[in-house]
Ligand binder design. Structure first.
Ligand code: IVH
Length: 669
């Protein structure tokens, strides 16, 4: 087989496995095996640039290309649906529709109303050519690169019978699991949370960095096929969607044909509760007339078709008593009002604290002391207060006012420019802010300093030992032991060791650890890469910062403001003196050898001493090449635990030496 043929074969194979994994949920090969095929394809493609194909499965990870979105007019405008809120309203619509069709038998299709962001895909000759957001319904943004990262969308179609040119509409969604993960990450970084998966999906689709999009785990379901009538596989919607499924797309299993009003009512009753088990957010059901001829007869209103209707689920709501409103100060000084409630059960979880977000929202609700409050949890996983039951308000209950001074340090609050938030400006004297920053700095994903948690950082502050992150490096074993009886020998040792180890933490994590407002983990990485070292970063102008990918005006301003503070500069100096990494590692020739010159080495399995990436780097540092698949030309297999049996057999049959990590480390010693 020529390499060209192998490339084609691998692409086909990987596309099939992608479909089995992401669409059918029935993986046939292990993740490792999949990665192996992918790496083989990557290697071959690198050697054969003439075989380049932008739709190759290797391109799913997205590229670094950064560009603003181009706008394009939709072939057919993207309409919305008329809403109904009860079984009765849906029944009326069914009867009305039948009436308009002169009493003809009407078959309906019931489907989920997915609560994501709509997308229009254009396929030509079986290949994805364009993905466009809804935009204003007339024109939308071209987001093809981002959509290509969604593994459940086929870039090349499966099966047969697809029109040469068609448009497919569907919904891009962030599954609950990914949504929870993303929000937990954002909460940790004190970045604003996404209120619901819809906002998260829409936000993600508009990111300028397809790699980040790829990381977020979007999914997509499809519900509408458009093409020249003679090119469509069938004259009815349901069969068209089944064809769409056979071409490799996700079409909801909930989609089914309904013949009578009774069927419709049962469908609504069933999904009203069953939808809670679905892996993605839904906000209702959609009923569509199945026959395309009947659809054509029924036609359109200004903004929606007459042949379809949405039924919206009721959000779950509870009424409970407000105990008190607390005002809480975060690491960045933002003061958030929180309603502390009599505990109440809502969609399976007990709710007792609900954020009121900011003064405007609190005032809009007009919350009085001990009011009865409505708490809702709809498509939103985070409960929110949607109203006050004024009829149950205690007599003469005073309205609750937003605090004017910091509840922790008493400093008058200032309004964050252009926002509804109030902030305590006493950044370096307000205990929860300082303790919060120390806690952030020592966190696992920042400097990873063992032994210091919330309690210890408060102790350190209260004893005047650590009033900023720089002072952490003034700690000594003796000072720790003397501070508080709760800190024993072991803890003190652990903290000191943690501080020493933290000197190895790479520069990008140091940038993240500084608690610069709006600089989360991803932004910190980009800054570290863009600036290379702290002196450059501190000296960068607004324009220079904004020239770094994904750094906007707000982030740039925040960085400049941070480094303009003399105390922050002092802290940086203290960290530098202590030996904290203040630059990205040099691509140095130091440590380079030619001990593995000309050797092709495969890495397989898991290792105890170093990560696979580290071994890869060691191979390259010593002049060798890390390859993806075994062939006669392979010189060694560096094998860890759980090496795949197929690989082992192949290596043995080709007589390739299998070496352990210790053997390998000896070789490069
Ligand atoms: S059909 C011409 N079907 O709801 C009709 N839309 O409120 C086109 N949506 O913009 C839409 N699930 O983003 C249709 N099963 C479904 C849907 C669905 C969600 C969204 C879609 C549309 C909005 C209309």
């Amino acid at each position: 087989m020529t390499p060209q043929e192998r490339i084609q074969e691998l692409r086909k194979l990987l596309n099939e496995h992608n479909h089995k994994y992401y669409v059918l949920n029935q993986p046939e090969i292990s993740d490792q095996e999949f990665d192996r095929l992918m790496r083989e394809l990557e290697d071959l493609e690198a050697q054969h640039p003439e075989m380049d194909d932008p739709l190759s499965p290797t391109r799913r990870v997205g590229s670094d290309i950064n560009k603003n979105f181009q706008q394009i007019k939709h072939l057919y405008p993207m309409l919305s649906l008329a809403n109904t809120y009860s079984v009765e309203e849906v029944d009326e619509w069914v009867q009305r529709t039948q009436g308009s069709l002169m009493g003809e038998q009407v078959t309906l299709v019931g489907e989920m109303k997915f609560d994501g962001t709509s997308i229009s895909l254009i396929y030509e000759h079986g290949r994805l050519v364009r993905a466009v957001t809804r935009g204003d319904g007339e024109k939308g943004d071209v987001v093809t690169d981002n959509v290509k990262t969604i593994r459940s969308i086929p870039l090349e179609l499966h099966g047969e019978g697809w029109p040469d040119r068609f448009e497919l509409r569907g919904e891009i969604l962030l599954p609950w699991r990914e949504f929870d993960r993303l929000n937990a990450e954002r909460a940790f970084n004190e970045e604003p949370l996404f209120a619901n998966p819809r906002n998260a999906a829409a936000g993600t689709l508009k990111l300028q960095d397809p790699r980040e999009v790829s990381r977020r785990g979007l999914d997509a379901y499809f519900y509408y096929l458009l093409a020249e009538p003679q090119d469509l596989p069938s004259d009815n919607h349901f069969d068209n969607m089944m064809a769409v499924r056979s071409w490799g797309f996700k079409v909801s299993d909930a989609m089914c044909k309904l013949e009578t009003i009774d069927d419709v009512d049962k469908y609504i009753n069933f999904w009203d509760t069953a939808r809670k088990e679905l892996p993605v957010a839904t906000d209702g059901l959609v009923f569509k007339v199945n026959s395309l001829r009947q659809q054509l007869n029924l036609g359109y209103r200004a903004k929606s078709p007459r042949w379809a209707i949405a039924y919206k689920f009721q959000a779950e709501r509870a009424l409970t008593r407000l105990d008190f409103v607390s005002f809480e100060v975060g690491r960045m000084g933002i003061v958030t009002p929180v309603a502390n409630l009599d505990p109440v059960l809502l969609s399976g979880t007990i709710v007792k604290r609900v954020s009121l977000h900011n003064e405007d929202i609190m005032r809009g609700l007009d919350v009085h002391e001990h009011d009865m409050l409505y708490v809702e949890k709809g498509g939103e996983i985070i409960p929110k207060i949607t109203g006050v039951e004024v009829s149950q308000r205690p007599k003469d209950a005073p309205v609750i006012k937003f605090v004017s001074h910091c509840p922790a340090c008493g400093t008058p609050l200032v309004r964050v420019e252009g926002e509804a938030a109030w902030m305590c400006p006493n950044k370096y004297g307000c205990p929860p802010q300082i303790a919060g920053r120390v806690e952030h700095f020592v966190g696992r994903r920042m400097m990873n300093i063992d032994g210091i948690g919330e309690e210890t950082s408060e102790l350190l502050y209260n004893h005047g030992l650590v009033t900023n992150i720089g002072e952490l490096y003034d700690l000594t074993y003796d000072k720790l032991i003397a501070m508080d009886s709760r800190i024993g020998h072991k803890t003190a040792e652990r903290i000191m060791q943690g501080l020493r180890d933290s000197l190895e933490v790479p520069f990008d994590r140091v940038v993240y650890a500084l608690s610069i407002p709006f600089v989360g983990e991803t932004v910190a990485k980009k800054l570290a890469r863009g600036a290379h070292d702290i002196d450059t970063l501190m000296a960068m102008s607004q324009e220079q910062l904004e020239a770094i990918p994904d750094i906007g005006k707000r982030i740039a301003e925040s960085i400049i403001d941070y480094f303009a503070q003399p105390l922050n500069r002092q802290i940086i100096e203290r960290l530098r003196q202590a030996g904290v990494q203040m630059a990205m590692p040099e691509e140095s020739t130091e440590g380079r050898t030619d001990k593995l010159q000309g050797k092709s080495i495969i890495i397989s399995g898991t290792f105890a001493k170093h990560s696979r990436d580290q071994y890869k780097e060691m191979i390259e540092r010593n002049g060798g090449k890390n390859v993806g698949s075994i062939s006669k030309k392979t010189d060694y297999v560096l094998a860890g635990e759980n090496m795949g049996p197929a690989k082992l057999e192949k290596a043995t049959s080709l007589g390739i030496p299998i070496i352990s990590e210790d053997d390998f480390l000896k070789m490069i010693e």
